[in-house]
Design a protein around this ligand. Structure first.
Ligand code: GP9
Ligand code: MN
Length: 635
């Protein structure tokens, strides 16, 4: 072969191509990534390219061929190590590496002994591109003389690289809207922007949060603590400890909004079973209860219920602050002899659950691997709710009691699709397919809860349990306002309507309590933690929580949304307008102002706690700052 005919920068091309091809092969052979369609496959194939063009392209700035080559080899070795580290990590954890996990060395405890089992001799193939590059540099001798690079060529090269970034992000956005803002899953990130870009993104997210963490010293907590203490309501003596020792089963009802309860769609009852609970002698149905989630959606609702704090205003706290210290509800339950768990048939890494559940002290996560999932029993996002409940109750029967578990349903999730055999009512007839199908999946969810109750009774667990069920967040976004207006028989959906539509149902079902009622106290997810812990007789007066016991006679009708909107029994504040709740008429902003101020303060305190990781300074036993922090401050 006549090497002198080779283009000058073929070494750069070789470096890019070999690493690119290797990375795509590794995606397919070493990670289990569900590829659902040709577009996803295309994104997967092109996603390493934009990063590689930049990383290797920097070599174009070096003057001599020797330095350029050295740089290329260094980068290829480095990238091969990064990719291989992910492969090895994945073999053990079924997840991609995050910076946070790398520094949480305790996670590697179980890894230590098994490194030899994880790494094999043939892993050397993960470095194939490095060898090819070295050989190319060695055996394509004419290239040594390559001249410095022309500026216009370099410019064209980087324009191409930038275009690749936009192409990649554009395709990813169509496949997964809000990928970067919601950042819900490492696998999705890797699938869409590639491993290398994913690490850059992770470094950005983690360094932002660790900078905020480093600047905090705990003194901020004093003010927050004073506020929390001053705003706690007196407990309801009658209710406190009334159901001590019972199992608690939380059920997060995916995307279930309150407007379907006790309502019909073209003459069809949508939630017959839940409707019956609103009249039931053993159920407290909270009819003016709201979700308080932000972009983290399902994960935010989990976070709020566990911690009685808000999620974050941007991104998902599960993802950005999974390693924080928390005083979770599960931690309290553990201390009181409970076995705590979450049951949800999805990958453990989704929403970073595998990581944050450790911080929340949840003892076990029954993830997708705990369930028998087949093509026949799944639809949409995975295992259908009816088999999910059936299989879960089997596992519950094996749990050590008392237990507290949180079940997360899945079928009533966007895009709200069902198998033919599970359709119980017809679609609605609006211009929104989403809303039309929503009624059908809600109907299915309702049926699954009925089955769940039956199974619980059969298993013998029912009588000794409390079942707490709530909608996790809205299912129908404002994009479907026109269809919603049609359904609700309104001319349009205003900001006022939208705020009230954030209501989700809450049921606290206590077999044998014989005290069932509809409670119209305005409240939200943040109130669940103190309410339930108090029913079990667990004191929370020293806990850094922003919610309040809904059974307390002093509980205030006031719920704050993550975006600063709020609802009281008299007012609705939305779109920076203050409304009279009864009439929906606009009123003077002064009426809302005191609540606006409190909403601002509470959201800010919550953010401070999370961003500063402040609970690491807090001693929940005494309700004071940890002693060493106080001493350090004195010095
Ligand atoms: C998946 C489920 C869905 O595990 O929690 O999350 P969502 O999209 O509803 O936030
Ligand atoms: Mn959800």
């Amino acid at each position: 072969m006549n090497f002198s005919k080779w283009p000058k920068h073929s070494i750069l091309a070789i470096a890019i191509l070999t690493t690119w091809i290797k990375t795509v092969i590794v995606y397919h052979t070493s990670f289990e990534m569900d590829i659902e369609n040709a577009m996803q496959e295309l994104i997967l194939i092109i996603n390493p390219l934009s990063f590689l063009l930049f990383a290797y392209g920097i070599s174009l700035f070096f003057k001599t061929a020797k330095v350029r080559h050295r740089y290329l080899i260094t980068i290829s070795v480095f990238l091969a190590i990064v990719l291989f580290a992910n492969v090895a990590f994945y073999r053990f954890y079924n997840d991609f590496i995050t910076l946070a996990v790398l520094f949480q060395t305790s996670n590697f405890g179980d890894l230590g002994t098994s490194v030899t089992e994880i790494i094999n001799w043939y892993d050397i193939f993960y470095f194939t591109d490095v060898f090819v590059l070295i050989l190319a540099i060695k055996f394509l001798p004419k290239l040594q003389e390559a001249a410095p690079i022309r500026k216009d060529i370099r410019r064209a090269y980087f324009v191409l690289a930038v275009a690749m970034v936009f192409l990649n992000l554009g395709l990813a956005e169509t496949e997964r809207p809000q990928l970067l803002t919601r950042a819900f899953d490492r696998e999705l990130l890797v699938k869409n922007i590639g491993t290398y870009n994913y690490h850059l993104y992770d470094i950005y997210v983690q360094s932002k949060s660790s900078a905020q963490r480093a600047l905090a010293d705990g003194s901020e907590l004093v003010e927050v603590d004073n506020y929390v203490q001053a705003n706690q309501s007196a407990i309801n003596e009658e209710m406190f400890g009334k159901y001590k020792g019972r199992n608690v089963i939380f059920v997060q009802l995916e995307s279930l909004q309150n407007f379907v309860i006790n309502n019909k769609m073209n003459g069809e009852v949508i939630t017959p079973f839940l409707n019956s609970l609103t009249q039931d002698k053993d159920t407290y149905y909270f009819s003016d209860f709201y979700h308080q989630t932000g972009l983290g959606k399902t994960s935010d609702s989990e976070f709020i219920v566990e911690n009685s704090l808000f999620g974050l205003g941007s991104g998902a706290v599960f993802f950005t602050h999974g390693g924080n210290t928390y005083n979770s509800m599960s931690e309290r339950l553990n201390e009181n002899g409970y076995f705590t768990s979450v049951m949800h048939s999805n990958n453990a890494s989704f929403w970073n659950r595998d990581v944050i559940y450790q911080s929340l002290d949840i003892q076990k996560f029954y993830d997708v691997d705990s369930y028998d999932v087949t093509d026949e029993n799944s639809v949409n996002w995975g295992l259908k709710d009816i088999p999910f409940f059936e299989q879960s109750v089997d596992m519950m029967s094996e749990m050590e009691q008392p237990f507290a578990t949180r079940m997360i349903t899945l079928t009533n999730h966007y895009p709200f699709t069902l198998m033919e055999e599970d359709i119980m009512i017809p679609e609605y007839n609006s211009n929104s397919g989403t809303l039309n199908r929503y009624f059908q999946t809600v109907r299915y969810l309702d049926e699954s809860i009925k089955v769940f109750f039956e199974e619980l009774k059969e298993s013998g667990l029912y009588d000794n349990s409390i079942i707490v069920m709530y909608g996790d967040h809205y299912g129908i976004s404002e994009n479907h306002n026109k269809a919603m207006a049609q359904y609700l028989g309104k001319e349009e959906i205003t900001a006022y309507d939208s705020a009230l539509l954030q209501s989700v149902p809450l049921f606290i079902h206590i077999p044998g309590s014989n005290d069932g009622q509809v409670i119209d106290e305005t409240s939200g997810q943040i109130d669940i933690r103190p309410t339930i812990l108090h029913l079990l007789g667990i004191d929370t007066s020293k806990d850094m929580q922003l919610g309040d016991d809904m059974f307390s006679k002093e509980h205030e009708d006031f719920v704050i949304f993550r975006d600063g909107r709020f609802v009281t029994d008299q007012l609705v504040y939305a779109g920076e307008v203050c409304y009279d709740r009864d009439t929906g008429e606009e009123v003077e902003i002064e009426a809302c102002q005191p609540y606006i101020d409190r909403a601002t303060i509470e959201l800010e305190y919550s953010d401070q706690i999370i961003n500063g990781d402040l609970l690491r300074f807090y001693d929940e036993d005494t309700g004071n700052l940890k002693q060493n922090v106080v001493e350090e401050k004195k010095e």
